[in-house]
Design a protein around this ligand. Structure first.
Ligand SMILES: [Zn+2]
Length: 245
């Protein structure tokens, strides 16, 4: 009984990511230039692939665990297309550096969180019984692009224009809050708690914009050095801050 109840709690707590990813999805759908429909012979089913990513999404690797470099115990689980583990690492690096800038990590729990994540990628949306949008409004039979399944397990739909258009950063915020405060705060900015605030929503937008700007190919390319990455991150994020003042 406990197991089942725990399972439902996990689902109801976490199933629940929606608005930001939906928004992101819509924005980039609008920019979408050319979608090619492929038939995947072996699986006898259709899936969408984006022409810009033909060199990126080379072939399906079915349910493969891949270690993310530099992070102690963090893996990705792929069920459709290849995603560079190095690009994932550097996306998480940017997440962490920006998180520290905005919220700090005095206890080291955020570092511990990113060192212990199972990232499960998929290419199709999932429908869940209920989810909350970014303002805490309940939506039945929600079609979601990401789920925080446990404090160390996220499911993320692959972004059509790269990691910055996926829900990875959004889900990392959920599990970071889960590890920090014992709640993933599925109601986002709504609900009676104040765990997830508009600062977190802004943080996600800012981080995703930067990841989109750099692009997955650069993130995956070792010749695009960490020094360049840091310089771009610093100038983009901090200059943005200056301009806002
Ligand atoms: Zn969410």
């Amino acid at each position: 009984m406990l197991g089942r109840r725990y399972y439902y709690n996990i689902l109801s707590l976490s199933a629940l990511c929606f608005a930001t990813t939906l928004l992101t999805f819509n924005v980039f759908t609008a920019w979408h230039q050319k979608v090619v429909l492929h038939e995947q012979q072996q699986k006898k089913e259709l899936f969408y692939n984006v022409s810009l990513q033909d060199d990126w999404c080379i072939q399906a690797r079915i349910l493969t665990h891949i270690k993310i470099p530099e992070l102690k115990n963090t893996y990705q689980l792929l069920d459709e297309c290849e995603i560079s583990e190095y690009a994932v690492y550097r996306s998480i690096y940017i997440f962490y550096e920006n998180w520290k800038h905005h919220f700090g990590d005095s206890t080291g729990k955020v570092r511990e969180t990113i060192d212990n994540v199972l990232i499960q990628w998929g290419d199709k949306r999932r429908t869940v019984a209920g989810a909350y949008d970014i303002n805490g409004k309940f939506i039945q039979q929600a079609s979601v692009t990401g789920l925080a399944l446990s404090p160390s397990h996220v499911w993320v739909k692959r972004g059509e224009k790269g990691i910055g258009t996926s829900s990875l950063i959004h889900e990392l915020v959920h599990i970071t809050l889960w590890n920090l405060y014992g709640s993933a705060d599925p109601t986002h900015e709504g609900g009676e708690d104040n765990i997830w605030t508009d600062k977190h929503t802004q943080f996600i937008k800012e981080t995703n914009n930067l990841l989109f700007l750099i692009g997955d190919n650069n993130l995956a390319d070792p010749n695009y050095s960490m020094d360049i990455l840091r310089a771009v991150m610093e100038s983009t994020l901090r200059n943005g801050k200056e301009r806002e003042k």
